[in-house]
Design a protein around this ligand. Structure first.
Ligand code: ADP
Length: 312
């Protein structure tokens, strides 16, 4: 089986339910706090693990209990965490999230150790890049490190996948040259291209990315499915699976991971996108991030079930 390497962020999300969002200077009480492993990199590594991939994660955490919770979650998904760097000078990345009774949230992200992942960490772990077949990046670690890592990965002949989230104010255009597959959602594509009303301008937006050097563009469109523009197979639309979505957290992350897992299995980009669309459909019917990710067996059973329903 081909190897996947995720280079990215690890966070611990602290989710607090409140009656109302506190105003400046106000103190309010809450009855509960959930500590949920998150971070786009860790979510993607975890999803790839549950889907049966040979998966390693490179990232940085602090020496604290948040790191232990995250490591345990990744470990139970079968992710190789042995190269996750432990920093003594900072904390594990955390997201402080309040959710009010209307379901609206306020989030403060503390980058912590994620902000310390450096180009020299890439050099120190270059053997991981050499051993991997597919390498996935997101943008919750320093952009300089992403550019450096992607450039190295490309030079080594690896398949480079970029989940361009969150889109920075100044996206480094150089990065496009090192990326084989980019997977923005609609908002990210709008920010990357500057094209408004993106839904009716998908061909124009993806052409713009193609002209910068990216060969394959997959745009996730939430309940509207996926738009694929690939050098090999041309343009196609994959409709979303009709489901009752209750929580879309990690929908995009699980999509990216599932895509990589199927490419590692030798599937075409279009086949991989169809599979990823099924995986994300399951994820949005469950609460949580890493906890909502299905196993390969669950996905296979789900696909059989949907196919059987279509046939009857
Ligand atoms: P992100 O989490 O990055 O915002 P999207 O919202 O575009 O990503 O969702 C990613 C994928 O998850 C979609 O392309 C689709 O496959 C699936 N998905 C998301 N929302 C729904 C939904 N309401 N019904 C079915 N599938 C969904």
């Amino acid at each position: 089986m081909k190897k996947i390497l995720v280079i990215g962020s690890l966070n611990l999300d602290m989710v607090v339910n409140v009656d109302h969002t506190p105003a400046t200077g106000e103190t309010i009480l809450s009855n509960n706090m959930e500590m949920i492993p998150g971070g786009k990199g860790a979510n993607q590594a975890c999803a790839a693990g549950y889907l049966g991939a040979d998966i390693t994660m490179l990232g940085a955490v602090g020496c604290d209990m948040y790191a232990d919770i995250q490591m345990a979650s990744l470990g139970s998904a079968g992710v190789d965490t042995s190269r996750i760097i432990k920093r003594t000078e900072t904390t594990t990345g955390t997201a402080l999230i309040t959710v009010n009774s209307d379901g609206d949230n306020c989030i403060v992200v503390v980058s912590g150790a994620n902000a310390t992942l450096s180009c020299s960490d890439i050099d120190d772990n270059i053997d991981l890049l050499k051993e991997a077949d597919l390498i996935i990046f997101q943008l919750e670690i320093p952009l300089e490190t992403v550019c450096y890592g992607a450039k190295k990965a490309k030079a080594l002949g690896k398949t480079v996948i970029l989940d361009p989230a969150p889109v920075p104010k100044e996206f480094p255009k150089e990065l496009y040259r090192y990326v084989d597959i980019i997977k923005p959602n609609e908002t990210e594509l709008r920010m990357l291209t500057g094209i408004d009303r993106i839904e009716s301008h998908l061909p124009e937006a993806s052409r713009q990315l193609r002209s910068q050097g990216v060969k394959n563009i997959l745009v996730t469109l939430g309940e509207k499915g996926v738009y694929v523009d690939s050098e090999e197979a041309g343009i196609c639309r994959i409709p979303a699976i009709p489901v009752d979505a209750i929580d879309t957290t990690a929908a995009g992350d699980s999509f990216t991971a599932a895509l990589a897992v199927m490419l590692a299995e030798g599937k075409s980009l279009q086949e991989a996108a169809v599979f990823a669309n099924y995986v994300s459909a399951i994820v949005v019917t469950r609460k949580g991030a890493q906890s909502s990710i299905p196993t390969l067996q669950e996905v296979q059973q789900y696909i059989q079930h949907i196919e059987a329903e279509k046939a009857s």
